[in-house]
Design a protein around this ligand. Sequence first.
Ligand code: HEM
Length: 68
Amino acid sequence: MNSNNNNNWIRQAHRWLSIAFTLTVLANFAVRAWGEPPPWVTYSPLLPLFLLLSSGLYLFVLPYAGRR
Ligand code: HEM
């Protein structure tokens, strides 16, 4: 109960990270119309994906961490 507020910014971060991640993936497809892009474009989805993984696993554990 008490941690309900605290989780909210993580949930919002997860939400918006999903948009950022989606944009990097779409950008990858778009840029590839011009040929192979530089590596930083290719790997740009990895940072938001890693942050999504971290915040997502946290959100997953929340309901179970509560009951004890
Ligand atoms: C990479 C590993 C990921 C894990 C482990 C994960 C896990 C989760 C979990 C546990 C929730 C909360 C579900 C709930 O109890 O309501 C959630 C919500 C959500 N996830 Fe992920 N997720 C991951 C990646 C992604 C990706 C790649 C996207 C989209 C590009 C995404 C988009 C969302 C959205 C939009 C929500 C709803 C957020 C809200 O409450 O408004 N997630 N995710």
